[in-house]
Design a protein around this ligand. Sequence first.
Ligand code: FES
Length: 377
Amino acid sequence: MNALSPSPTIEKSGSAAPAPPLALLAELTHRCPLQCPYCSNPVELERSGAELDTATWKRVLEEAVGLGVLQVHFSGGEPTVRKDLADLVKHAAKLGCYTNLITSGVLLDPARLKELYDAGLDHVQLSFQDTDVESAERIGNLAGAQKRKMEIARQIREAGFPLTVNAVVHRHNLSRLEEMIQLALDLDAERLEVAHVQYYGWALKNRASLLPTREQLDNATSVVNEARVRLKGRLMIDYVIPDYYAKRPKSCMGGWGRQFLNISPAGKVLPCHAAESITGLEFDSVRDKPLGEIWRSSPAFQAYRGTDWMPETCRTCERKEIDWGGCRCQAFALTGKADAVDPACGLSPFHDEIFALAEREAGAAPPPFIYRRIGGA
Ligand code: FES
């Protein structure tokens, strides 16, 4: 999600009215033909009958723009499952938004790409599971997917879209990172996102299978650093490292309720894609309340906004308005408390424990994948 990176326009901690959000992740559906074990969707997936209809999404897009949103990222699941995708893109584009499609590509074809281009879509982000066909199709659990993706990547460029290749990396594909960089070049991508798996949702269920060793991570970091220098001006490479080997936490979502909102297929408004994993938080729906009201004052957005909620360790840290306390979903997943210090931080009392856990799991034989599927929780 490179387009969601932090911006310098920041509200003051504890201020009554938060600054407007920059970006909306519109999760149109949880339906997807792939079943990747690292999916960031929640373990309890929404069925199609629960999805917002076209008219409601259009109203929500209008409310989002009224609130200040500049970018709309159409995502899922697989957003191309929705037949009204081009209609929604057109609506967002007419409202003046930058529009991005986050897709596996397997359901696209030239006619659909033309429809999206004519609708005003600005950018496509296409995921690849691996460069090795057998491995890629084992990870996504879809035969024939890799060939489709290769074809559609070329068609995306022929249709005139800028292309970002998204490569989620883990112990099963890291040894082919150099090939992945070459693939992005061959496909004429302008950007490559190399993202180590983040362990929430389905990925947390598969952590023991996916976590790389420290040595694999260090090798990957060297490959990325070397390629960034060699390919400067040709290919931009974003790099997200796994929290379990970090010393300081990432600024997750640029801070809770600061820049970003996520709307689930059923209309729940979330501060991040994994927020529903935090039990005890209640999320308002666009079916019941205006988006602006939810952004400004819903209890879930207020819970960890700014710095007032922080434990002493974070509140007295000089990085508190740089990393905004890290990731609330990860703190909850690993400590049971969403307001705990993110264990990715070296100052957390759990940090050494999770580092040891990572080394232990990464050093053992990987268990079979638990594939993501609706009703499979
Ligand atoms: Fe939810 Fe980080 S993923 S705060």
